[in-house]
Design a protein around this ligand. Sequence first.
Ligand code: V0V
Ligand code: CO
Length: 152
Amino acid sequence: MSDAPVPTGPFSVPTRLDHVGIACHDLGASIEFYRRTYGFEVEHEEVNEEQGVREAMLRVNGTDDGGATYLQLLEPTREDSPVAKFLARNGEGVHHLAFGTDDVAASAAGIADRGVRVLDAEPRTGTAGSKIVFLHPKDCGGVLTELVQSSH
Ligand code: V0V
Ligand code: CO
């Protein structure tokens, strides 16, 4: 066991699992799989040109901070995008985890202080106007990790 303190503050710690990002070749087919198999419905769909994805958010459950937990289905819009690269290497599957926080910049700064590389110097625009940053998977046990602050 490490002697390092468990982070409880003063930085803004993530409070929930916001979404699991899943890379797929065909967004429509993937949406249909989750609808048919589990009954999950699309709450929001958009194209994010900066990230090179067409994506759908499927609500799984609400959370006690008033947020929710989603599956985020991701289809690449261009060959040089992170999701296209991931699909070429691994095929379809889990691409990232996203933790929800009330203050993404403060959370990222606190996590950077703990020696984890934050890939975005400034938060970028995520789904439905949210603010997002990514943490390097090599510093997170092989898990590409996102921090997200929702717009509402
Ligand atoms: C790459 N690697 C991963 C990974 N992608 N490991 C775990 N999970 C992933 N998803 C590993 C890869 O196997 C290599 O390991 C190493 O990282 C370098 O990967 P690379 O693809 O060759 O190189 P990079 O450095 O060009 O790209 C990797 C990173 C990139 C993670 C830096 O994908 C990135 O910046 N991702 C953040 C943006 C993103 O993913 N956007 C799409 C979701 P070895 O072979 O060296 O061991 S957009 C989204 O979620 C939105 C909009 C939202 O939530 O609202
Ligand atoms: Co995401």
